[in-house]
Design a binder for this molecule. Structure first.
Ligand SMILES: [Fe+2]
Length: 296
């Protein structure tokens, strides 16, 4: 029986009494899945996992999708992306400073990520928290006039951080090679996006990969996206997750923004990451290619 306690008022749950290195019965996983959708962020402390066990756990949530940055896929399983600042023989062993700005994973893809899971192996002496911002609460709190205004709006996304496009910066999106960039199309998602499982609306990816709004001049679109991002990342919507060794966190990308935090590059930190895609195309993803302003 899963023992749950809140991480903070509003969202986030910590579960005890489960060892995810062992195969989970359908009933045991159903409890975890319910806690995941209820909490939006679910933390399972103190696990001890092989790459295969971590991937098997992730697969219970949906299909893993290897990251476009393929230089740091785990040698035993490409579904795992290694996040690390540790160098071996002068060479990086993982992706450093990934996602140090508010964003949601794979919002630059037609079928975005349902969930992301991290397994913490080496914890830095100072910092290394992941920040989360609750986009369901941020949507709910919008004035009715703003909810009406954004209801028909569809944002244009591509890989990157619209607030920092300098590839040398630690708070830009991790740079892609020319070949990786060529795989990255422009895609669209609703701003007031219903959750693909629960149906509850969230502000979706108003920070990070959203660079414009269909049918709106760029300056007006950026001003609106910036206003929504300022609103939705206020401290009252945030939680800062501190990691211990062995902690596994899984979060709901449809209802949250998240941001890594920068640490001293000499303070060792290593996590494994698996990103799980939404298993079916969301309705707006199917509609997007033929979208005509004023028809939604
Ligand atoms: Fe991320």
């Amino acid at each position: 029986m899963l023992q749950l306690k809140p991480l903070c008022p509003g969202f986030g749950l910590e579960a005890a009494g489960v060892d995810i290195s062992q195969p989970l019965t359908d009933a045991a996983f159903a409890e975890i899945e319910r806690a995941f959708y209820a909490g939006q962020v679910l933390v399972l402390r103190g696990q001890s996992l092989t790459p295969g066990e971590f991937v098997a756990f992730a697969r219970r949530f949906g299909p893993p999708e290897p990251h476009v940055i393929d230089q740091f896929h785990h040698p035993d399983d490409p579904n795992i992306l290694i996040l690390s600042n540790v160098k071996k023989d002068g060479k990086p062993t993982g992706l450093q400073d990934a996602g140090s700005y508010f964003h949601t994973d794979y919002s630059y893809l037609q079928v975005p990520a349902r969930a992301t899971t991290l397994y913490s192996l080496v914890v830095p002496k100072v910092g290394g928290d992941t920040l989360f911002a609750n986009q369901q609460a941020a949507y709910d709190d919008l004035p009715e006039a703003m909810k009406k205004r954004i209801e028909p709006l569809v944002a244009v996304h591509h890989y990157g951080n619209r607030n920092d496009t300098d590839e040398q910066s630690r708070t830009a999106a991790s740079p892609l090679t020319a070949e990786q960039k060529a795989k990255m199309p422009l895609i669209t998602h609703r701003i007031a996006r219903p959750h693909p499982v629960t149906g509850r609306k969230s502000l979706y990816a108003v920070s990070g990969s959203s660079f414009g709004i269909v049918g709106m001049p760029d300056d007006e679109a950026r001003a609106l996206l910036d206003e929504l991002a300022r609103h939705s990342t206020q401290p009252k919507y945030r939680y800062s997750l501190r990691y211990g060794v062995g902690d596994v966190v899984v979060w709901d990308n449809a209802s949250l923004l998240h941001s890594a935090t920068l640490i001293d590059p000499s303070d060792a930190r290593t996590l494994w990451r698996i990103t799980i895609k939404e298993p079916t195309l969301a309705a707006e993803a199917i509609l997007a290619p033929t979208f005509v302003p004023g028809t939604m």
